[in-house]
Design a protein around this ligand. Structure first.
Ligand SMILES: *Cc1c(COP(=O)(O)O)cnc(C)c1O
Length: 301
Protein backbone atom coordinates (compact mmCIF):
# COMPACT_ATOMS: atom_id res chain seq x y z
CA UNK A 1 0.00 0.00 0.00
CA UNK A 2 1.10 3.56 -0.67
CA UNK A 3 2.46 5.19 2.50
CA UNK A 4 0.88 8.59 2.05
CA UNK A 5 -2.64 7.31 1.58
CA UNK A 6 -2.06 4.59 4.17
CA UNK A 7 -1.34 7.22 6.79
CA UNK A 8 -3.94 9.82 5.91
CA UNK A 9 -5.48 11.17 9.10
CA UNK A 10 -8.39 8.93 10.00
CA UNK A 11 -11.84 9.76 11.30
CA UNK A 12 -11.77 8.55 14.87
CA UNK A 13 -15.08 8.14 16.73
CA UNK A 14 -15.55 9.95 20.02
CA UNK A 15 -17.74 8.08 22.48
CA UNK A 16 -19.37 9.85 25.38
CA UNK A 17 -19.54 7.90 28.64
CA UNK A 18 -22.94 7.80 30.32
CA UNK A 19 -22.60 7.16 33.99
CA UNK A 20 -24.60 8.26 37.05
CA UNK A 21 -21.38 9.20 38.87
CA UNK A 22 -20.40 11.58 36.10
CA UNK A 23 -23.85 13.13 36.01
CA UNK A 24 -23.87 13.60 39.74
CA UNK A 25 -20.47 15.28 39.66
CA UNK A 26 -21.32 17.36 36.61
CA UNK A 27 -18.40 15.97 34.65
CA UNK A 28 -18.55 15.03 31.01
CA UNK A 29 -16.20 12.24 29.92
CA UNK A 30 -15.59 11.11 26.37
CA UNK A 31 -13.23 8.58 24.81
CA UNK A 32 -11.36 9.19 21.58
CA UNK A 33 -11.43 5.66 20.17
CA UNK A 34 -7.93 5.68 18.72
CA UNK A 35 -7.98 1.93 19.29
CA UNK A 36 -10.12 1.85 16.14
CA UNK A 37 -7.61 3.65 13.89
CA UNK A 38 -6.51 0.35 12.43
CA UNK A 39 -7.32 -3.22 13.47
CA UNK A 40 -3.66 -3.99 14.22
CA UNK A 41 -1.62 -0.78 13.94
CA UNK A 42 -3.77 0.55 16.71
CA UNK A 43 -3.88 3.56 18.98
CA UNK A 44 -0.92 5.83 19.33
CA UNK A 45 1.37 3.33 17.60
CA UNK A 46 -0.24 4.28 14.29
CA UNK A 47 0.68 7.92 14.94
CA UNK A 48 4.17 7.09 16.17
CA UNK A 49 4.99 4.91 13.17
CA UNK A 50 3.64 7.24 10.50
CA UNK A 51 6.58 9.62 10.08
CA UNK A 52 9.12 6.93 10.88
CA UNK A 53 7.94 4.90 7.91
CA UNK A 54 7.69 7.92 5.64
CA UNK A 55 11.21 8.95 6.58
CA UNK A 56 12.61 5.43 6.19
CA UNK A 57 11.14 5.24 2.69
CA UNK A 58 12.41 8.69 1.74
CA UNK A 59 15.88 7.75 2.89
CA UNK A 60 15.76 4.56 0.84
CA UNK A 61 15.71 1.99 3.63
CA UNK A 62 13.98 -1.32 3.08
CA UNK A 63 14.49 -2.72 6.58
CA UNK A 64 13.11 -1.41 9.87
CA UNK A 65 14.61 -2.56 13.16
CA UNK A 66 13.23 -1.95 16.62
CA UNK A 67 13.06 -3.25 20.18
CA UNK A 68 10.48 -4.33 22.68
CA UNK A 69 9.29 -6.78 25.28
CA UNK A 70 7.51 -10.03 24.46
CA UNK A 71 4.10 -8.31 24.58
CA UNK A 72 5.16 -5.09 22.87
CA UNK A 73 2.28 -3.21 21.27
CA UNK A 74 4.90 -1.28 19.35
CA UNK A 75 6.53 -4.35 17.73
CA UNK A 76 3.13 -5.88 17.07
CA UNK A 77 2.11 -2.75 15.17
CA UNK A 78 5.47 -2.39 13.46
CA UNK A 79 5.36 -5.94 12.09
CA UNK A 80 1.97 -5.29 10.50
CA UNK A 81 3.05 -1.90 9.17
CA UNK A 82 6.07 -3.56 7.58
CA UNK A 83 3.85 -6.14 5.92
CA UNK A 84 1.40 -3.51 4.66
CA UNK A 85 3.97 -1.08 3.33
CA UNK A 86 6.60 -3.53 2.13
CA UNK A 87 9.41 -3.18 4.63
CA UNK A 88 11.40 -6.04 6.07
CA UNK A 89 11.12 -5.78 9.87
CA UNK A 90 13.43 -7.00 12.61
CA UNK A 91 12.25 -7.11 16.21
CA UNK A 92 14.80 -7.47 18.99
CA UNK A 93 13.06 -8.95 21.99
CA UNK A 94 14.14 -8.32 25.56
CA UNK A 95 15.12 -11.67 27.09
CA UNK A 96 15.35 -15.10 25.54
CA UNK A 97 12.86 -16.24 22.95
CA UNK A 98 10.93 -19.30 24.04
CA UNK A 99 10.54 -22.01 21.45
CA UNK A 100 6.82 -21.56 21.70
CA UNK A 101 6.07 -17.93 20.88
CA UNK A 102 3.23 -16.07 22.61
CA UNK A 103 0.27 -14.73 20.64
CA UNK A 104 1.83 -11.29 20.14
CA UNK A 105 5.10 -12.62 18.75
CA UNK A 106 3.29 -15.23 16.67
CA UNK A 107 1.35 -12.42 15.00
CA UNK A 108 4.60 -10.53 14.42
CA UNK A 109 6.27 -13.54 12.79
CA UNK A 110 3.19 -14.19 10.67
CA UNK A 111 3.40 -10.60 9.46
CA UNK A 112 6.97 -11.30 8.37
CA UNK A 113 8.96 -9.90 11.29
CA UNK A 114 12.34 -11.47 11.97
CA UNK A 115 12.69 -11.95 15.73
CA UNK A 116 15.84 -12.18 17.79
CA UNK A 117 15.99 -12.50 21.55
CA UNK A 118 18.68 -10.45 23.27
CA UNK A 119 19.84 -10.81 26.85
CA UNK A 120 18.51 -8.34 29.39
CA UNK A 121 22.06 -7.08 29.98
CA UNK A 122 22.60 -6.33 26.30
CA UNK A 123 19.12 -4.90 26.00
CA UNK A 124 20.02 -2.21 28.54
CA UNK A 125 22.91 -1.15 26.29
CA UNK A 126 20.79 -0.90 23.18
CA UNK A 127 21.51 2.82 22.83
CA UNK A 128 25.29 2.40 22.86
CA UNK A 129 27.36 2.98 19.74
CA UNK A 130 29.09 -0.38 20.01
CA UNK A 131 25.85 -2.25 20.18
CA UNK A 132 24.60 -0.44 17.09
CA UNK A 133 27.78 -1.30 15.21
CA UNK A 134 27.26 -4.94 16.11
CA UNK A 135 23.70 -4.77 14.84
CA UNK A 136 24.82 -3.26 11.53
CA UNK A 137 27.31 -6.09 11.10
CA UNK A 138 24.70 -8.69 11.81
CA UNK A 139 21.72 -7.26 9.96
CA UNK A 140 23.13 -4.87 7.36
CA UNK A 141 21.59 -1.47 6.71
CA UNK A 142 18.39 -0.66 8.58
CA UNK A 143 16.30 2.26 9.77
CA UNK A 144 16.26 2.16 13.54
CA UNK A 145 13.12 2.96 15.49
CA UNK A 146 13.71 3.20 19.25
CA UNK A 147 11.70 1.07 21.67
CA UNK A 148 8.12 2.26 21.77
CA UNK A 149 8.62 4.53 18.74
CA UNK A 150 10.16 7.10 21.05
CA UNK A 151 11.86 9.54 18.69
CA UNK A 152 11.19 12.87 16.99
CA UNK A 153 9.18 11.23 14.19
CA UNK A 154 7.05 9.52 16.84
CA UNK A 155 6.50 12.88 18.54
CA UNK A 156 5.60 14.53 15.22
CA UNK A 157 2.99 11.89 14.49
CA UNK A 158 1.41 12.23 17.91
CA UNK A 159 1.21 16.01 17.49
CA UNK A 160 -1.39 15.25 14.79
CA UNK A 161 -3.77 13.50 17.19
CA UNK A 162 -5.27 16.86 18.19
CA UNK A 163 -6.65 17.20 14.66
CA UNK A 164 -8.87 14.18 15.23
CA UNK A 165 -11.37 15.89 17.57
CA UNK A 166 -12.87 19.31 18.21
CA UNK A 167 -10.67 20.91 20.84
CA UNK A 168 -13.28 23.51 21.74
CA UNK A 169 -15.58 20.78 23.09
CA UNK A 170 -13.20 19.86 25.92
CA UNK A 171 -11.09 21.46 28.58
CA UNK A 172 -8.93 18.55 29.64
CA UNK A 173 -7.21 15.88 27.58
CA UNK A 174 -6.04 12.69 29.34
CA UNK A 175 -3.79 9.89 28.19
CA UNK A 176 -1.77 7.00 29.61
CA UNK A 177 1.99 7.39 29.28
CA UNK A 178 4.87 4.96 29.02
CA UNK A 179 7.75 6.70 27.27
CA UNK A 180 5.91 10.04 27.17
CA UNK A 181 6.34 10.28 23.39
CA UNK A 182 2.63 10.70 22.75
CA UNK A 183 2.29 13.31 25.48
CA UNK A 184 5.30 15.22 24.16
CA UNK A 185 3.76 15.38 20.71
CA UNK A 186 0.33 16.30 21.96
CA UNK A 187 1.46 19.17 24.19
CA UNK A 188 3.27 20.74 21.23
CA UNK A 189 -0.03 21.13 19.45
CA UNK A 190 -2.86 21.06 22.01
CA UNK A 191 -4.61 24.23 23.04
CA UNK A 192 -6.30 22.53 26.00
CA UNK A 193 -4.71 21.28 29.21
CA UNK A 194 -3.14 17.82 29.10
CA UNK A 195 -2.93 15.32 31.95
CA UNK A 196 -0.78 12.21 31.54
CA UNK A 197 -1.14 9.10 33.70
CA UNK A 198 2.19 7.46 34.36
CA UNK A 199 1.95 3.65 34.14
CA UNK A 200 5.49 2.91 35.32
CA UNK A 201 6.82 3.39 38.80
CA UNK A 202 9.46 6.08 39.27
CA UNK A 203 9.13 9.47 40.81
CA UNK A 204 9.25 12.30 38.29
CA UNK A 205 10.80 10.16 35.57
CA UNK A 206 8.05 10.91 33.10
CA UNK A 207 7.89 14.62 33.74
CA UNK A 208 11.64 14.75 33.30
CA UNK A 209 11.44 12.63 30.15
CA UNK A 210 8.88 14.93 28.56
CA UNK A 211 10.90 18.01 29.45
CA UNK A 212 14.03 16.36 28.04
CA UNK A 213 12.17 15.47 24.85
CA UNK A 214 10.96 19.03 24.38
CA UNK A 215 14.45 20.36 24.97
CA UNK A 216 16.20 17.79 22.80
CA UNK A 217 13.83 18.23 19.87
CA UNK A 218 13.71 22.00 20.29
CA UNK A 219 9.95 22.02 20.75
CA UNK A 220 7.75 23.89 23.18
CA UNK A 221 4.50 23.06 24.89
CA UNK A 222 1.50 25.07 23.72
CA UNK A 223 -0.61 24.23 26.78
CA UNK A 224 -0.40 23.45 30.49
CA UNK A 225 0.43 19.85 31.16
CA UNK A 226 1.07 17.67 34.17
CA UNK A 227 1.63 14.06 35.14
CA UNK A 228 -0.33 12.00 37.62
CA UNK A 229 1.89 9.38 39.23
CA UNK A 230 -0.65 7.84 41.59
CA UNK A 231 -2.11 5.03 39.48
CA UNK A 232 0.72 2.83 38.22
CA UNK A 233 -0.34 0.03 40.61
CA UNK A 234 3.23 -0.66 41.70
CA UNK A 235 4.88 -1.39 38.37
CA UNK A 236 4.50 -1.55 34.61
CA UNK A 237 1.91 -4.19 33.63
CA UNK A 238 1.20 -5.00 37.28
CA UNK A 239 -2.50 -5.41 38.03
CA UNK A 240 -4.77 -5.91 41.01
CA UNK A 241 -8.18 -7.54 41.25
CA UNK A 242 -9.65 -4.11 41.86
CA UNK A 243 -8.21 -2.82 38.59
CA UNK A 244 -9.35 -5.88 36.65
CA UNK A 245 -12.84 -5.60 38.16
CA UNK A 246 -13.01 -1.93 37.23
CA UNK A 247 -12.02 -2.77 33.66
CA UNK A 248 -14.55 -5.58 33.38
CA UNK A 249 -17.33 -3.32 34.67
CA UNK A 250 -16.34 -0.46 32.40
CA UNK A 251 -16.21 -2.71 29.34
CA UNK A 252 -19.60 -4.14 30.10
CA UNK A 253 -21.28 -0.82 30.85
CA UNK A 254 -19.82 1.18 28.00
CA UNK A 255 -18.91 -1.40 25.41
CA UNK A 256 -15.34 -0.11 25.17
CA UNK A 257 -12.60 -2.72 25.43
CA UNK A 258 -9.70 -1.75 27.69
CA UNK A 259 -6.35 -3.29 28.50
CA UNK A 260 -4.87 -3.20 32.01
CA UNK A 261 -1.42 -1.81 31.15
CA UNK A 262 -2.37 1.65 29.92
CA UNK A 263 -5.94 2.76 29.30
CA UNK A 264 -7.34 0.65 32.14
CA UNK A 265 -5.08 2.32 34.70
CA UNK A 266 -5.75 5.77 33.31
CA UNK A 267 -9.54 5.39 33.43
CA UNK A 268 -9.38 3.85 36.89
CA UNK A 269 -7.38 6.91 37.96
CA UNK A 270 -9.81 9.34 36.36
CA UNK A 271 -12.75 7.70 38.12
CA UNK A 272 -10.93 7.91 41.45
CA UNK A 273 -10.17 11.58 40.91
CA UNK A 274 -13.77 12.31 39.93
CA UNK A 275 -15.00 10.47 43.04
CA UNK A 276 -12.76 12.67 45.18
CA UNK A 277 -14.76 15.64 43.86
CA UNK A 278 -12.26 18.37 44.57
CA UNK A 279 -9.94 17.48 41.75
CA UNK A 280 -12.29 18.13 38.87
CA UNK A 281 -14.28 21.31 39.23
CA UNK A 282 -17.92 21.04 38.18
CA UNK A 283 -18.65 20.70 34.47
CA UNK A 284 -15.20 19.79 33.47
CA UNK A 285 -15.28 18.32 30.05
CA UNK A 286 -12.73 15.55 29.69
CA UNK A 287 -11.55 13.74 26.60
CA UNK A 288 -9.38 10.66 27.06
CA UNK A 289 -7.32 9.08 24.32
CA UNK A 290 -7.80 5.34 24.09
CA UNK A 291 -4.25 4.24 23.34
CA UNK A 292 -5.24 0.95 21.67
CA UNK A 293 -2.94 -1.98 22.39
CA UNK A 294 -5.74 -4.44 23.05
CA UNK A 295 -3.67 -7.31 21.68
CA UNK A 296 -1.77 -7.17 24.97
CA UNK A 297 -4.85 -8.40 26.85
CA UNK A 298 -4.00 -11.87 25.61
CA UNK A 299 -1.08 -11.85 28.01
CA UNK A 300 -3.49 -11.77 30.97
CA UNK A 301 -5.72 -14.67 30.08
C1 LIG B 1 2.51 2.58 23.81
C2 LIG B 1 1.24 2.84 24.48
C3 LIG B 1 1.04 3.97 25.32
C4 LIG B 1 2.15 4.87 25.74
O1 LIG B 1 2.63 5.75 24.80
P1 LIG B 1 3.96 6.57 25.10
O2 LIG B 1 4.11 7.43 23.91
O3 LIG B 1 5.07 5.56 25.21
O4 LIG B 1 3.80 7.30 26.37
C5 LIG B 1 -0.23 4.19 25.84
N1 LIG B 1 -1.25 3.33 25.59
C6 LIG B 1 -1.08 2.24 24.83
C7 LIG B 1 -2.21 1.32 24.64
C8 LIG B 1 0.16 1.95 24.26
O5 LIG B 1 0.31 0.84 23.51
Amino acid sequence: MDLTSGFELPDIPVQQIKDPLLEERGVSLSVLRADLVHPIISGNKWFKLKHNLIQAREQGYSTLLSFGGAWSNHLHALAEAGRLFDFHTIGLIRGELHSELNACLTDAVNAGMQLEGISRTLYKQKQSANFLLDLKQRFGEFYLIPEGGANLEGVRGCAEIVRCYKEQDYNLLCMACGTGTMLTGVVTSSSIRVLGFQVLKGKNYLEKQVKDNLYQYDLSAQCDWSINEAFHFGAYAKVTDELLNFIARFEEQHNIPLEPVYSGKMLYGIYQLIKKRDFFPQNRSILVIHGGGLQGCRGYI
